[in-house]
Design a protein around this ligand. Structure first.
Ligand SMILES: [Zn+2]
Length: 192
């Protein structure tokens, strides 16, 4: 197998009883749901891709694949998946065709879900996201947050997912999401 083929190789998830495929290069092999940290996985995938080739025509598809796996993995389970699936369903219904998601949508679904599961108020979640995305288009982001996490949806998630809520401080959530934001939207490594 060539160096490049490894990036497209899916094995079996090593989590007991899981029948999903493992993400390429994951160690131990793990699927989207059982990967310990999807941001860690993505950073090491990017490092490995840059080590494997410096030919831009070989590197480009690796980077596109990594980014799309990372985006999808972010919304592959839990409250983030719920927010993402509902948003996608509304978009498809509205346009009559499959909607192509921008990186920022994956980030907002992840951030909104982290906020709810971390026990933050809706206002705190909005403030937090606004701070993190300050270098994007704040109005567009604000509109998307309202669309992805309207107040009724926030209440519903908080009531239906009570068991999952593990209260975290705003700072802890913010640190984690800053890194996810840079990896998802800015495609750059974090400085931590
Ligand atoms: Zn698994």
């Amino acid at each position: 197998m060539s160096e490049i083929d490894k990036f497209f190789e899916w094995g079996n998830c090593s989590h007991k009883g899981c029948a999903e495929s493992s993400l390429p290069l994951s160690q131990p092999p793990a699927c989207w749901v059982h990967i310990a940290s999807i941001d860690d996985w993505y950073e090491s995938y990017l490092d490995a891709a840059r080590r494997a080739t410096d030919d831009p025509f070989q590197l480009a598809p690796l980077l596109v694949t990594g980014s799309s796996l990372h985006n999808r993995a972010l919304v592959k389970s839990g409250a983030a998946q719920e927010l993402h699936d509902e948003f996608e369903k509304r978009k498809v219904a509205g346009s009559g065709r499959r909607f192509l998601f921008a990186d920022i949508v994956f980030f907002i679904c992840t951030a909104a879900a982290s906020g709810v599961i971390g026990g933050l108020s809706l206002e705190a979640i909005k403030r937090l996201i606004a701070r993190i995305v300050a270098d994007s288009n704040p109005q567009e982001v604000h509109r998307l947050v309202d669309e992805i996490l309207p107040e009724a949806k926030f209440e519903e998630l908080r009531n239906n997912r009570k068991e999952e809520i593990i209260v975290e401080t705003e700072q802890v959530i913010e640190q984690r999401l800053k890194r996810t934001y840079r990896l998802t939207v800015r495609k750059s490594k974090t400085d931590q």
